[in-house]
Design a protein around this ligand. Structure first.
Ligand code: G6P
Length: 369
């Protein structure tokens, strides 16, 4: 097992550090930025069917559902195709409206999640076209779907999903870009910009991993907190949800993720000088809005840990702790902002003496209801 961990203390940490290389594996042979080409066999073979969709319904569970939420923002922005994201467990039992004009994207690391599988079967019965985004090659879901694209993240052993999440986002972003190219919904220059940005994302993820020491320092301060709040807006709202999920999964600290502006409709009541609030505040995307959210937290004495773009000064003046990440476009930022949050949960869990790779009551793959 020590050898399999490749010198890291835990599989989770190893998998966090694998992200620059597995994201590259995910786009290898599919993304050719200089030629302006993006292609995935499963999409090419079914391009017309997908383009003609009235809407796209994404079904998934857990972290994969969070990747689905990121995809909703990206696909709608790039392609203008309406997207809905559903918990597979809700979708399967609520007699959903599905037609043969719908395209369903099922996201699953393991490819074995029972609820996601049931949602796929239901969608197929109603004539929808079902596209899988799985990590495990030859898994049940990859076989049950009409077509799909693998994430190529390699085996993920840590129960808390890390590299599966970022590679799912990579695949889904590539799908959005491919559809946008066919539909002409992105300008040529924007399309090129995203391709180039995606190609250098692994380098930026590597740079984001350099926040490890800072994450460890912050973890030492907040490791005994009973609660934690994560806030983000736009593309980084799902990252806030995922950050909170990571923390509760492995450290057993109660954590909630919220869209930053929704804070005033509830969670703000919880804020006092004991409450750590992690705010994802990159320079791109609703920056001024998030700065005013941070001011609201500060005026209630909350402890602010902000994830900011390198060189940021405005948030730095307000926050108690800042974690600096490299700049990228708004739509691709979840691939970067999520990295320090993974590291923060990891270090908090280790400092609390938790079983990081196998947290209590959780399973890597949930094959029963
Ligand atoms: C379990 C795992 C999570 C995962 C979820 C969905 O709860 O512990 O890490 O996100 O199942 O799994 P899937 O394999 O379908 O992505």
């Amino acid at each position: 097992e020590q050898i399999e961990k490749g010198g890291y203390d835990h599989f989770m940490l190893k998998e966090i550090y694998e992200q620059p290389s597995v994201i590259k594996d995910t786009y290898r042979g599919r993304l050719h930025a200089n030629e302006g080409i993006i292609q995935m066999a499963g999409v090419e073979d079914n391009l017309e069917r997908i383009l003609n969709a009235d809407r796209i319904i994404i079904v998934a569970c857990g972290t994969s559902w969070h990747a689905g939420l990121v995809a909703e923002y990206v696909i709608e922005e790039f392609t203008r195709i309406p997207v809905e994201v559903e918990y597979a467990s809700e979708f399967r039992y609520r007699n959903p409206i599905i037609s043969n004009k719908d395209v369903v994207i099922a996201i699953s690391q393991s490819g074995e999640t029972a609820d996601t599988m049931a949602a796929i079967k239901l969608a197929k019965e109603h004539g929808a076209f079902v596209f899988g985004v799985c990590n495990v090659v030859g898994s049940s879901i990859s076989r049950e779907t009409h077509a799909g694209a693998y994430t190529h993240a390699g085996p993920e052993i840590g129960v808390a999903s890390t590299k599966a999440f970022t590679t799912q986002i990579t695949v889904l972003t590539m799908i959005a870009l491919r559809l946008a190219k066919a539909k002409g919904t992105l300008s040529h220059s924007d399309f090129q910009m995203y391709l180039q940005e995606l190609e250098i994302i692994p380098e930026k993820v590597k740079e984001a991993l350099e926040t490890n020491d800072k994450a460890k320092e912050i973890a030492a301060v907040f490791k005994d907190a009973p609660n934690c709040l994560y806030l983000g807006r736009g593309y980084n709202f799902p990252v806030a949800l995922e950050g909170a999920l990571k923390l509760k999964e492995i450290s057993y600290i109660h954590a909630e993720g919220y869209p930053a502006a929704e804070m005033k409709h509830g969670p703000i009541a919880l804020i006092d000088e004991q409450m750590p609030v992690i705010v994802i505040a990159p320079k791109q995307g609703h920056y001024d809005k998030i700065v005013s959210n941070i001011q609201e937290i500060k005026s209630r004495s909350g402890k602010i840990i902000a994830v900011v773009t390198k060189g940021d000064t405005q948030v730095r003046d307000l926050a108690d702790y800042v974690i600096e990440i490299p700049e990228t476009s708004d739509a691709l930022s979840p691939l970067i902002t999520t990295i320090p949050l993974q590291l923060l949960s990891y270090h908090i869990a280790v400092m609390r003496g938790c079983n990081v790779d196998q947290p209590r009551n959780l399973a890597k793959s949930v094959t029963v209801e």
